[in-house]
Design a protein around this ligand. Structure first.
Ligand code: SAM
Length: 210
């Protein structure tokens, strides 16, 4: 059942990229990421993983603006991965087809940083505890999760319960990440910089695994 479920979800995302219906893709890196990197020069180094990395705009920015030695984008859509590698890939940033919930051994306890941007809101809410476990598994013990969570992604086309995208709250994030005993939240704030239309609707967080 789990494999069938994931195949269906993967097909759905792949079809969006094939149909060029990707409203989440703004053609540029996430403003809250750029804001955080500008405020914390030199903080990000080593290996970085981006789950649900799409066309790779954030991966390219991480290579250009941080000390990351190697950035890996992981996405279940082969078309997204192909676009990412053609449009934004480099020797330091490569995307690969893969499922966050089925990390290969090479990606376990392997990353100094994980960057989250619109993967948490894209998965089904019942997979959120598994998301916490998967990101914990990907990180080295002294790694960190940097994340922008889309608290309120709802508009005329998207309503609560009809996602993706699926919204969240600071309380839910605290419960999932800290309540599980897997992470400690080190920073939490509403970013000043956002894509047009997302102002005030996102939550930036930095978390360390326990
Ligand atoms: C809303 S899109 C965001 C893409 C990118 N972060 C961006 O902002 O452009 C969500 C992405 O997550 C990917 N995805 C969904 N479930 C996934 C999973 N289990 N493992 C890896 N990627 C996944 C989708 O293929 C899609 O590219």
């Amino acid at each position: 059942m789990r494999i069938l479920f994931h195949k269906a979800i993967a097909m759905d995302w792949e079809n969006h990229y094939l149909d060029k219906h990707t409203p989440w893709d703004k053609g540029a890196a996430a403003p809250p990421l750029l804001e955080w990197v500008d405020s914390n020069p030199g903080a990000i180094s080593g290996k970085v993983m981006i789950p649900g990395s799409g066309k790779g705009h954030d991966g390219r920015a991480l290579v250009e603006k941080t000390d990351a030695s190697h950035v890996i984008g992981l996405d279940i859509s082969p078309s997204a991965v192909a676009s990412a590698n053609i449009e934004n890939g480099s020797a330091q940033f490569q995307s690969e087809v893969g499922d966050l919930f089925d990390l290969p051994p090479a990606h376990q306890s392997a990353f100094d940083w994980v960057w989250e941007h619109t993967c948490f809101c894209a998965i089904e809410p019942e997979m959120r505890d598994a998301y916490v476990e998967a990101v914990h598994l990907a990180l080295k013990p002294d790694g960190e999760l940097l994340a922008v969570f889309y608290r309120d992604p709802y508009d005329d086309e998207h309503s609560p319960g009809e996602g993706p995208p699926h919204g969240t709250t600071v309380e839910e994030l605290r419960e999932r990440f800290e309540g599980s005993g897997r992470f400690q939240i080190l920073e939490s704030y509403v970013p000043r910089a956002s894509y047009d239309g997302r102002e005030g609707l996102e939550q930036m967080m930095r978390l360390k695994p326990l």
